[in-house]
Design a binder for this molecule. Structure first.
Ligand code: ZN
Ligand code: ZN
Ligand code: ZN
Length: 129
Protein backbone atom coordinates (compact mmCIF):
# COMPACT_ATOMS: atom_id res chain seq x y z
CA UNK A 1 0.00 0.00 0.00
CA UNK A 2 1.44 3.31 -1.08
CA UNK A 3 0.72 6.95 -0.54
CA UNK A 4 -1.52 8.15 -3.34
CA UNK A 5 -0.33 10.44 -6.08
CA UNK A 6 -2.00 12.38 -8.84
CA UNK A 7 -1.52 9.36 -11.03
CA UNK A 8 -3.49 7.04 -8.76
CA UNK A 9 -5.91 9.32 -6.94
CA UNK A 10 -8.65 11.09 -8.92
CA UNK A 11 -9.55 13.09 -5.83
CA UNK A 12 -6.20 14.84 -5.85
CA UNK A 13 -6.59 15.87 -9.46
CA UNK A 14 -10.21 16.89 -9.05
CA UNK A 15 -9.60 19.13 -6.03
CA UNK A 16 -6.05 20.11 -6.97
CA UNK A 17 -4.59 18.73 -3.75
CA UNK A 18 -0.96 18.18 -2.95
CA UNK A 19 -1.98 15.71 -0.29
CA UNK A 20 -5.07 13.59 -0.02
CA UNK A 21 -6.39 13.19 3.49
CA UNK A 22 -8.68 10.31 2.47
CA UNK A 23 -5.82 8.20 1.22
CA UNK A 24 -3.51 9.24 4.05
CA UNK A 25 -6.14 8.18 6.56
CA UNK A 26 -6.53 4.88 4.81
CA UNK A 27 -2.78 4.40 4.82
CA UNK A 28 -2.57 5.30 8.50
CA UNK A 29 -5.32 2.83 9.35
CA UNK A 30 -3.52 0.20 7.31
CA UNK A 31 -0.26 0.80 9.22
CA UNK A 32 -2.08 0.72 12.52
CA UNK A 33 -3.63 -2.61 11.63
CA UNK A 34 -0.28 -4.00 10.53
CA UNK A 35 1.30 -2.88 13.82
CA UNK A 36 -1.54 -4.47 15.79
CA UNK A 37 -0.98 -7.74 13.91
CA UNK A 38 2.72 -7.70 14.66
CA UNK A 39 2.18 -6.92 18.35
CA UNK A 40 -0.34 -9.74 18.59
CA UNK A 41 2.04 -12.16 16.88
CA UNK A 42 4.70 -11.36 19.49
CA UNK A 43 2.40 -11.85 22.46
CA UNK A 44 0.79 -8.43 22.81
CA UNK A 45 2.58 -7.41 26.00
CA UNK A 46 5.95 -6.30 27.33
CA UNK A 47 8.19 -9.33 27.87
CA UNK A 48 9.65 -7.62 30.92
CA UNK A 49 6.86 -5.95 32.89
CA UNK A 50 3.83 -7.41 31.12
CA UNK A 51 2.17 -4.12 30.26
CA UNK A 52 -0.23 -4.64 27.36
CA UNK A 53 -1.01 -1.10 26.20
CA UNK A 54 -0.14 -1.08 22.48
CA UNK A 55 0.94 2.57 22.45
CA UNK A 56 3.73 1.74 24.91
CA UNK A 57 5.04 -1.30 23.08
CA UNK A 58 7.65 -1.75 20.43
CA UNK A 59 9.43 -4.68 18.86
CA UNK A 60 12.87 -5.20 20.33
CA UNK A 61 15.81 -6.95 18.68
CA UNK A 62 16.91 -9.49 21.26
CA UNK A 63 20.38 -9.94 19.81
CA UNK A 64 21.10 -6.24 19.97
CA UNK A 65 21.65 -5.63 16.27
CA UNK A 66 18.65 -3.34 16.06
CA UNK A 67 20.33 -0.36 14.47
CA UNK A 68 22.02 -2.37 11.76
CA UNK A 69 18.85 -4.28 11.02
CA UNK A 70 16.71 -1.17 10.91
CA UNK A 71 19.11 0.38 8.43
CA UNK A 72 18.65 -2.67 6.27
CA UNK A 73 14.89 -3.19 6.33
CA UNK A 74 13.70 0.27 7.37
CA UNK A 75 11.73 1.56 10.30
CA UNK A 76 8.12 1.67 11.36
CA UNK A 77 5.71 -0.01 9.00
CA UNK A 78 8.59 -1.13 6.76
CA UNK A 79 9.99 -3.08 9.67
CA UNK A 80 6.56 -4.45 10.59
CA UNK A 81 6.02 -5.48 6.99
CA UNK A 82 9.34 -7.24 7.00
CA UNK A 83 8.43 -9.15 10.18
CA UNK A 84 5.12 -10.21 8.69
CA UNK A 85 6.68 -11.24 5.38
CA UNK A 86 9.23 -13.31 7.28
CA UNK A 87 6.57 -15.05 9.33
CA UNK A 88 7.44 -13.25 12.58
CA UNK A 89 10.94 -14.67 13.02
CA UNK A 90 12.53 -15.51 16.35
CA UNK A 91 14.95 -13.07 17.92
CA UNK A 92 12.40 -10.34 18.50
CA UNK A 93 10.32 -9.53 21.55
CA UNK A 94 7.94 -6.83 22.70
CA UNK A 95 9.13 -4.32 25.22
CA UNK A 96 7.43 -1.21 26.53
CA UNK A 97 9.22 2.10 26.18
CA UNK A 98 10.37 2.10 29.80
CA UNK A 99 11.89 -1.36 29.78
CA UNK A 100 13.37 -0.83 26.33
CA UNK A 101 15.05 2.44 27.31
CA UNK A 102 16.40 1.05 30.52
CA UNK A 103 17.86 -1.97 28.76
CA UNK A 104 19.34 0.23 26.07
CA UNK A 105 20.82 2.83 28.40
CA UNK A 106 21.84 0.81 31.45
CA UNK A 107 22.06 -2.72 30.15
CA UNK A 108 19.32 -3.98 32.48
CA UNK A 109 15.77 -3.22 33.50
CA UNK A 110 14.99 -2.67 37.20
CA UNK A 111 12.11 -5.14 36.81
CA UNK A 112 14.58 -7.95 36.11
CA UNK A 113 18.02 -6.71 37.18
CA UNK A 114 19.57 -10.15 36.63
CA UNK A 115 18.97 -10.05 32.91
CA UNK A 116 21.83 -8.02 31.52
CA UNK A 117 22.36 -6.75 28.06
CA UNK A 118 25.30 -5.15 26.40
CA UNK A 119 24.71 -1.43 26.27
CA UNK A 120 24.17 -0.24 22.71
CA UNK A 121 27.33 0.24 20.73
CA UNK A 122 26.33 3.81 19.95
CA UNK A 123 26.61 4.66 23.65
CA UNK A 124 29.85 2.79 24.05
CA UNK A 125 31.56 4.65 21.23
CA UNK A 126 30.23 7.97 22.52
CA UNK A 127 31.93 7.30 25.81
CA UNK A 128 35.26 6.57 24.15
CA UNK A 129 35.35 9.87 22.37
ZN1 ZN B 1 -6.09 10.00 -2.48
ZN1 ZN C 1 7.90 -3.12 30.26
ZN1 ZN D 1 11.19 -3.92 32.75
Amino acid sequence: MKKCSRATCPRMVEHDLSECSNCLDRLRRHHKKLRAEVLKAYGGKCKCCGIDIPEFLSVDHMNNDGTEHRNKVGRGHRFYNWLKRNDYPKGFQLLCNNCNQSLGNYGYCPHRPKIRREVRKRNATNRLR
